[in-house]
Design a protein around this ligand. Structure first.
Ligand SMILES: [Zn+2]
Ligand SMILES: [Zn+2]
Ligand SMILES: [Zn+2]
Length: 143
């Protein structure tokens, strides 16, 4: 029963983050576990329709997940706000034509961070960073 495993995973994640387990929260979280790509509130609401929550509730759920450290925002340079699981550090490459998003697991920003700090007059430490690359995917570049 693969569904059972998913539910278990979601309940553990919610409890681990100190959030009350509700059907709406489990449903939203399952979307991120099922599709490991950045998702917007509208995309989640549409995926859960017609039985799911309204979009306002989805927005509220997403920001509570962000506050609890389950999700982080990803800047895809789109109008909507996108979120993904905050489980592991990585970056993205985004197709500016069709919107395809690919994860980049390698992170070489450590050296750059040290340079940024040593070159800064006002900062002495870097806590985090976000880095997204924008370009054309292989099928869009052929068009
Ligand atoms: Zn593309
Ligand atoms: Zn990602
Ligand atoms: Zn990085």
């Amino acid at each position: 029963m693969p569904m059972h495993k998913h539910t278990h995973n979601e309940i553990e994640t919610l409890r681990g983050a100190g959030l009350k387990v509700t059907d709406a929260r489990v449903a939203v979280l399952s979307q991120f576990i099922k599709k490991p790509i950045p998702l917007s509130a509208l995309e989640i609401q549409q995926a859960l329709a017609p039985s799911g929550s309204d979009v306002v509730t989805v927005y509220r759920t997403l920001s509570s997940f962000e506050e609890a450290g389950i999700l982080r925002k990803v800047d895809l340079r789109r109008e909507a706000v996108y979120y993904e699981l905050a489980s592991h550090h990585h970056h993205h490459i985004v197709c500016t034509d069709c919107g395809l998003v690919e994860d980049i697991e390698d992170c070489d920003v450590e050296i750059l961070s040290k340079k940024v700090v040593s070159g800064s007059k006002k900062f002495s430490a870097i806590k985090d960073h976000a880095l997204e690359f924008f370009g054309l995917c292989r099928s869009c570049v052929k068009r």
